[in-house]
Design a protein around this ligand. Sequence first.
Ligand code: MN
Length: 490
Amino acid sequence: MNIKVLDTTLRDGEQTPGVSLTSSEKLRIATKLEEIGVDYIEAGSAITSSGERDSIKEITKQGFDTEILSFSRPLNIDIDFCLECDVDAVNLVVPTSDLHIFDKLNTTKDQLLEMSNAAVEYCKDHGLIVELSAEDASRTDIDFLKTVFKSAIDVGADRVCVCDTVGIFTPETSYNMFNSLREIEVPISCHCHNDFGLAVANTLAAIKGGACEFHSTVNGIGERAGNTSFEETVVSINRLLPDYDTNVDISQIYNISKLVARLTGVYIQPNKAIVGENAFAHESGIHSDGIIKNASTYEPMTPELVGRSRKFVIGKHMGTHGLDNRLKEIGLSVNKVQLQQICDNIKVLADKGKTVTDVDLQAIADDVLNVNFEDRIKLKEVTIVSGNTVMPTASVKLTIDDVEVLEAGVGIGPVDAAINAVKKSIAEFDDIELVEYHVDAITGGTDALIDVIVKLQKEDKIISARGTEPDIINASVKAYIAGVNRLIEM
Ligand code: MN
């Protein structure tokens, strides 16, 4: 059975404390959501502001195949703003629990029903598709919930949705509620929140109970503890519920997760399922050994399935198999005795509580392998002209095998200019490519030491190198030159 996905990253997701997206950021996310195969996109809440309406209009203008919705209260003023944005559909949110009807709206159940039906009729008169969402449905009397749904359907509602607004469903109560709504004749959706960490489980239970659509947000962002996580639910349906599927291209899951993390500034915890940094990382020796022999020993799915790759982490739980693999990746082949010695030295470092980076691994391996070479390239001087100029310019003086070379370079920033100058001066090794650049401030203030780690590639060899200096340009240039020196010795 095909399950439809309504993405509300741009509405409920944007209600994450501290998150606000610009119109162009929203469009980028919507474009990716359409590309990945989401069925419905809730683009915002039209009543909120003129800026919000502009963002929704930007999205509806694209003519996506995906249905575009706006959130709306059952009020004509809200619906009129939705119409102004030219959306296909509304997520018409009607509170149904006693708590919400009496305490929040200060009204009666009869008046609520009247308001709900009038709003559905108004939407239908204006050509909108209506998904009627019962807010706080998980705390609503089931008979009243059925009355609300059935009367809305009588006046034209196309779909209905059960909202677990405060996240109090368990998989069992979720299943039971959906199962008792099977008599409802339009598609039923479920909207869960993650207050007890159960949103994905409750959504899967809802599907088993008869829901044929669910609401979710990318990375599970949203109010309080967030909404149902899109990637976890979609991949769970794919891998764990053999009778169900979605239209989502799951090989794009990691991409969209990173995009949303970057644009919202809400970063992903390392141990998050599917998209967390560690979701496909292995450190333990037993696990790495098993993985190398047959990946399914310790992986329930391949990382490639969701657009990722496997990672072996260097640390004290690591065994020689994983280490040997890692050393090969950085272009070092060692014998058994050397491998064991490197492994022992890493464990000594890790036991001191230190994170073992690729650079540390190289230093330890060099030490064990007795690699001792003199740098062929030595940096003498870097000068930068930067600030309010057309293009930052750098000049670099260095020696290659004791022959002095002087070069200048420009770039989009001073670091880029300096690296470009270095690249020009060592053009004889110009098949070296910078594949990664990472910068960290080791201590607090603006006088902090800057730690730059670069990854350089020459043919199939990739190495990491580090430069640590109070000056970001010097640190970058030193790291780059250290990397080149190492690559040309390999
Ligand atoms: Mn919500």
